[in-house]
Design a protein around this ligand. Structure first.
Ligand code: NAD
Length: 485
């Protein structure tokens, strides 16, 4: 089946783009053409914002009751549940996510998000009466924030689209989604399901394109709120524009999370967990635990166990269900990771396994070898900067206080884990690390709870009632007491 498209999803239908420029989606595995889609231009963004603005200012969606919107989103959820495998295959084709991960997380997790948000919306205090401090009642309403620009990255495209579009829809907002140019295909597939579910025209518009049109969208006067997931560098620029224009903004940015292995941890369990939390999606994950902290006494054991586990991970064709590490999304990303591997060696870290060069048995595709660095000092650039590939640094600590200090010695604060036989000791560490999410012997994101970053990892939260609240404006209506009639 061809994945090519020659139209954009604007105003509830498929419309011709303003220019004949195209995006070529190239397979990171075979380097062959997967599909061609239109490259969105500023004129297309203007059309998409106009459609979303019209749907918000004059259309039915914001004026429907929350219960009516919940019914439409529930219908979408049912359709989405029937498309998980197809959607996962599309994501694997466009960005090379191993199919094992795509079918575990790239599409089931967005569906779980939808279901969690539906549950939250059913209980949400859309309109409540409070006892006012002055003796009169006050009505507190949560109203839609307006027209939302949703800007996802390529690494978990449906995950980051859904975390914005679903709460926006439930709150009564309208949305312009701008998928990244590496991953335009899954968003257009989703558009078909939105139409089938009965989402009114103009409520969601999908226009894939690059950074320039992203900037145009963020600065557009028709946009009331920007919801962004991506790099910290882009997040800073977007926050500056939104600050100037006083637009609402939420930012999910980069990370350099630390996994602390305490001496009492069962090493087999810890390494099994770390293999996933550090290397999922071929290391292209914002929450990846790329700094592994081990005590000096236990250091060699941790390095050896990690090296043994990673050395047998299958690297290769992402469509092979046994593959654990696939290619990097693009040649530029492969080069970036290789640059960091070279830098680590220049900085004096020791390559335990991996290093630069193609993985064994592969002669094309944007692959890198999973690499573990030992003897890493937390001040090195490989320990401070987000690499976004399968490259891990093992860092030694003196005692638990030192481990917490090292974990916190980062510009980022997105996630972290601690591995221990003692849950209370783990919780004690969890309370002391400055990060938005933390796992004790696990890292399983739960969509009932807020997710987001401290420090340079972001602003605002997704998921949970807090994530829904990002798409509302609060209004207080003071009532007289007693009522005049
Ligand atoms: P990126 O910042 O280059 O791009 C992200 C998206 O923003 C893309 O759609 C891009 O076209 C657009 N964009 C880039 N600059 C823009 C600008 N100035 N104005 C408007 N739009 C702009 O990031 P990426 O390389 O696509 O994604 C990887 C990054 O995303 C990593 O840093 C990763 O940690 C982060 N990420 C964070 C989370 C999270 O939840 N915190 C989740 C996934 C990825």
């Amino acid at each position: 089946m061809s994945l090519d498209r020659d139209t954009l999803f604007i105003g509830g239908g498929w419309v011709a783009p303003a220019s004949s420029e195209t995006i070529q989606v190239i397979s990171p595995h075979s380097e062959e053409l997967v599909a061609t889609v239109p490259d969105t231009t500023p004129a297309d963004i203007d059309a998409a914002v106009a459609a979303a603005r019209d749907a918000f200012d004059h259309g039915p969606w914001p004026r429907m009751t929350p219960a009516e919107r919940i019914d439409v989103v529930a219908a979408f959820s049912g359709l989405y549940a029937g498309s998980l495998a197809e959607m996962a295959d599309v994501i694997t084709a466009e960005m090379g996510s191993p199919t094992s991960f795509a079918n575990l997380a790239q599409t089931p997790a967005p569906w779980m998000q939808i279901e969690a948000f539906l549950g939250i919306a059913r209980e949400y205090p859309w309109e409540e009466i409070r006892d006012g401090a002055l003796g009169s009642p006050v009505m507190v309403r949560r109203e839609p924030v307006g027209v939302v620009a949703a800007i996802p990255p390529w690494n978990v495209p449906q995950f980051t689209i859904m975390s914005k579009v679903i709460p926006a829809l439930l709150a009564g907002c309208t949305v312009v989604v701008k998928p990244a140019p590496e991953t335009p295909l899954d968003g257009y597939l989703m558009a078909e399901l939105l139409v089938e579910a009965g989402v009114p025209e103009g409520v969601v518009n999908i226009v894939a394109g690059g950074r320039e049109v992203g900037e145009h969208l963020v600065a557009h006067p028709g946009i009331d709120k920007v919801a962004f997931t991506g790099s910290t560098a882009a997040g800073r620029k977007i926050a500056a524009v939104c600050g100037e224009q006083l637009k609402r903004v939420s930012l999910e940015l980069g990370g350099k999370s630390a996994a602390i292995v305490l001496d009492d941890a069962d090493l087999t369990t810890a390494i099994e967990g770390l293999k996933f939390t550090a290397l999922m999606n071929s290391g292209q994950a914002c929450v990846a635990q790329t700094r592994i902290l081990a005590s000096r006494a236990n250091y060699t054991n941790v390095v050896d166990a990690l090296a043994e586990a990673v050395s047998v991970m299958q690297v290769g064709d992402p469509m092979d269900p046994a593959t654990e590490i696939g290619p990097m999304v693009a040649q530029r990303q492969q080069e970036r990771v290789e640059k960091y591997i070279a830098l680590g060696q220049e900085e004096g870290a020791r390559v335990v396994i991996g290093g630069n060069g193609m993985p064994e048995g592969l002669d094309r595709g944007w692959y890198v070898r999973p690499t573990i660095f030992a003897d890493v000092d937390n001040g090195m650039r490989i320990a401070q900067e987000e690499i976004f590939g399968p490259v891990l640094s093992v860092i030694a600590y003196d005692d638990v206080d030192d481990a917490v200090r090292i974990a916190n010695d980062s510009d980022y604060g997105l996630a972290g884990t601690v591995w221990t036989a003692d849950r209370e000791a783990g919780l004690d560490v969890a309370r002391r690390v400055r990060a938005g999410t933390y796992g004790v012997n696990t890292y399983t994101m739960d969509f009932a709870a807020p997710f987001g970053g401290f420090k340079a990892s972001g602003l605002g939260r997704e998921f949970g009632p807090e994530g829904l609240g990002q798409y509302t404006e609060l209004k207080s209506i003071y009532l007289e007491n007693p009522p005049t009639q």
